[in-house]
Every structure is written in C-alpha cells, then in structure tokens.
Design a protein around this ligand. Structure first.
Ligand SMILES: Cc1cc2nc3c(=O)[nH]c(=O)nc-3n(C[C@H](O)[C@H](O)[C@H](O)COP(=O)(O)O)c2cc1C
Length: 376
C-alpha cells in the first residue's frame, strides 16, 4: 500500500502538500482550517518585526483567463508581506501549536539587512513553537528601498550573509525561498546552501505586468490610475518553476546531498506535484491554487498523487524523488544520441534485408530483400 507520509528535514508530514506563504496562511483561523482539511504543513504569510511599515493597496490582484473556457491560469499580485503585528503573530503561533501540536508550522520571515533583527525574529518565532523557517528572499515588489525580499535574493553575496545570520540563530530547519527573477537560480541556491540552509524553496512569483485596459489605457491592477510591476503565479508559471526546481535539485544532488527542495509555482493537482517530485522536490507548496478553489483541494491532490504512485508501483515518495533528473542533457548530446539511434536503425534495416533461409522473406521488406540478393 503506497503512502504519502514523509519526513522533510526531520519535520513529519502526513503528505507532501504544504500551504505556500500568502493569503492561505495569513492568520491562525485559516492556518487551523488548513490543518483540519489535511494539509501536510503550512508556511505562514511572511512576517516581519515592524508591520507598521507594511501598507497594502486595493485592488492588488489581476487575473488572466483562458479566452475559450474563462478559467484563470495567470495571477498577478502586488500584495506586500503580512500587515499584522508581530506580537499578534507570536500569540497565534502558540495558539496554532496548542490546537495542532502535530501540525507542521513553518514561519516565513523577512527582515532588513541587520543581523540583530534576524536573530530577534528567528528567536522569538522559535520560542513560540514553530517547527521551521522559510526566509523570504524573494518578494518581487515593495520594500526594496529597505533592501528586503528579492532585493536581497538577487545578490548571492548578501543572500549568503543573511542566510548565515538566520542559520546561526536556530537549530530548526531553515529554507531560503528564492526569486525566479534572476538569470541563473543555481547561484543564489548555492549561496544559501553554503551558508548552511537546510533547504531551498523555489519559486516565488515572476515579475510581470498583467496587461493594459484598452478603454482606459491604464495598466492593471490600477490603483488610482497607476500601477507597479507585480508577481505572477498560478498554472501559467508551472513550466518555469519546473525548470528552476530541476536546476536547484541538480545543485543539491551534486554538491549538497542531504539538503532539501520545497518546489512550488503553479501546482494545482496531484499530477503537477508528481512532476515536481520527479524533478527532486521533497515536498510541494500551493498558494494561488488554494485561492482559486479553497482548502479542500488537498484531498483530490493526495488521491491523484497516490494513483500515480500505484500505477508505477512506487510505495513511498523516496521511490521516485529525482528520478527524472537523469534525463536532462545538453543539446549537443541530444544531437549525438539521435545520430547514433538513426545509425543503429539503419544498420538493423540493412541486416533484415539479408536472407539466409526462405523463412526470412518478409512482406514489408520484400523488394529490398530481392534487391539485396541481386547485389550479392
Ligand atoms: C496574493 C499572494 C501573496 C503572496 N504573499 C507571499 C508572501 O507573503 N511571502 C512569500 O514568500 N510568498 C508570497 N507569495 C508567493 C507564493 O507563496 C508562491 O511562491 C507563488 O505564488 C507561486 O506559487 P503558486 O503558483 O502556487 O501561487 C504570494 C503569492 C500570492 C499570489
């Protein structure tokens, strides 16, 4: 009987489906709802020490729909990190752990470029009972003037330093959540792992402009007629997330065995999750998918992932994690493999034309066989 149970960096999860940082983990009420519905773990909405500086606008989302079915497949947000007081969060972490002692609660944290601030935020969350940390090095909008989020994550030198401050402040697992808005995600991944992070979460949202209203001529989402580039998520980003996870997983496999990858970006089904695991993810996160259909989707996701495992005879996630990484190569090697395969096929064709007894005459190659006997 196949099982979805898994242990990631020592954190026990009933299944690999984790609520990704964002509105689905934005307060104790919704986090408890996620545990009640059976999610394997929850990463809370990113918290910081001073929420008074976090000021959101409305509207802050814009969505892209299929022209034919109307289904949402792209989602832009210009939402900042949590605007809720840090002390309130600390109380709620305690309440959540009291109510769900076995639930795996990961604190997403973000701070300024200041070692003491990182020590304080990590220390206080740990005292409140969280099971692990995700460092938000990747929020693509807002707060860059404070050098927070992707302003840190885009620079491997700063990222390495800040990750080391977080790692030295706790013995709990620390994941660095990376931005996809870089040319080579391997560089920040390597920097975070060199700093001692236990894992990488990838990807955060992709910097985007959702569109321009052709009546008002204003870009969207329009806030008093103006906008700012936001972060793109949902189904449309899945192929980019898969590529980046494949690259990070290859770095982990080759240089940092034992570290983990928490894959995300566009996951909405168990079949999506299976692909992230085949490319090296230890667990998978879902954010926008929950905003589209609600918390219950974890049930069908688990069912679909189990069906996939049973079809292939996999008993545990370990049985297929990273299996498909071996099938990536360079374009030059693809050309060479194809030339070899074609040469082998041609040789086989020639071999079949040579008749040594009459039982070998074949209806499909009859004319070629006759020719071959005429050539001698
Ligand atoms: C409305 C919204 C708010 C988000 N807020 C956060 C956040 O506070 N911290 C963070 O690390 N990621 C945040 N994210 C990014 C998601 O956690 C995730 O990395 C991204 O959306 C891709 O995954 P998805 O396609 O499953 O949503 C947010 C995403 C959305 C859509």
């Amino acid at each position: 009987m196949a099982t979805l149970e898994t242990i990631v960096n020592g954190m026990k999860m009933p299944n690999p489906f984790v609520i990704g940082s964002g509105p689905p983990g934005t307060n104790a009420k919704v986090i408890c709802k996620a545990f009640d519905e059976g999610w394997g773990a929850v990463v809370c909405k990113t918290v910081s020490l001073d929420a008074s500086k976090v000021i959101n606008v409305q509207p802050r989302y814009a969505r892209l729909r299929s022209r034919t079915s109307g289904e949402i497949y792209g989602w832009e947000n210009i939402e900042l990190i949590s605007d809720r007081e840090f002390d309130t969060w600390i109380d709620e972490f305690k309440q959540i752990k009291d109510k769900h002692p076995g639930g795996c609660l990961i604190a997403s944290v973000m701070e300024e470029y200041n070692r003491d601030a990182w020590h304080e935020i990590i220390g206080r969350c740990e005292e409140a009972g969280v099971d692990g940390f995700e460092l938000n090095m990747s929020c693509p909008h807002g707060l860059p003037e404070r050098k927070m989020g992707s302003a840190m994550g885009e620079d491997p030198t700063i990222l390495r330093e800040v990750c080391s401050w977080a790692v030295e402040a706790t013995r709990k697992p620390v994941w660095a959540k990376l931005t996809p808005n870089v040319t080579r995600i391997e560089d920040p991944a390597r920097a975070a792992l060199q700093a001692g992070c236990s894992g990488i979460s990838a990807i955060n949202t992709i910097r985007c402009v959702m569109g321009v209203d052709l009546e008002t001529l204003r870009p969207e989402p329009s806030v008093e007629g103006y906008t700012t580039p936001g972060g793109y998520s949902s189904q449309a980003v899945l192929p980019i997330a898969l590529r980046m996870c494949m690259e990070v997983a290859t770095v982990i496999r080759d240089e940092f065995p034992g570290r983990v990858l928490s894959g995300l970006g566009g996951i909405e089904t168990g079949r999506d999750a299976a692909q992230f695991i085949l490319l090296g993810s230890h667990c998978v996160q879902v954010c926008t998918g929950v905003m589209k259909v609600g918390y219950r989707c974890v049930e069908s996701m688990c069912e679909e992932l189990l069906q996939f495992m049973e079809r292939h005879g996999f008993e545990t996630l370990d049985d297929f994690r990273g299996h498909s990484l071996q099938y990536f190569s360079t374009h030059a090697e693809l050309v060479q493999r194809q030339a070899e395969a074609r040469a082998a096929k041609h040789a086989e064709h020639l071999r079949k034309q040579v008749i040594s007894d009459d039982a070998q005459w074949d209806g499909d190659t009859f004319v070629d066989q006759s020719d071959a006997l005429a050539r001698g």
